[in-house]
Design a protein around this ligand. Structure first.
Ligand code: ZN
Length: 78
């Protein structure tokens, strides 16, 4: 298996995966990650991919702060 975001893995992509990032607007950067922003699926660079992942992680944590305590010992019997 080739690496999905490097070398042979991106040889078949248009312009070898390079283009304009939909989020930061950087040009001639490798845009290898599909992300959904405001309902539309766009391609973003690895930096924006990481940034969006961080935002999603923080918001997921905010959404359900009590989730961590649901690992109650009651479910431990199996
Ligand atoms: Zn970007």
């Amino acid at each position: 298996m080739s690496k999905a975001h490097r070398g042979t893995g991106i040889r078949n992509e248009v312009n070898h995966g390079r283009g304009k990032c939909a989020r930061c607007g950087k040009e001639n950067i490798k845009i290898l990650y599909e992300k959904e922003i405001d309902g539309a699926t766009v391609k973003v660079c690895k930096y924006c991919n990481a940034a969006l992942k961080n935002i999603a992680r923080v918001e997921a944590r905010k959404a359900k702060p009590a989730e961590a305590s649901s690992d109650a010992p009651a479910e431990a019997q199996a």
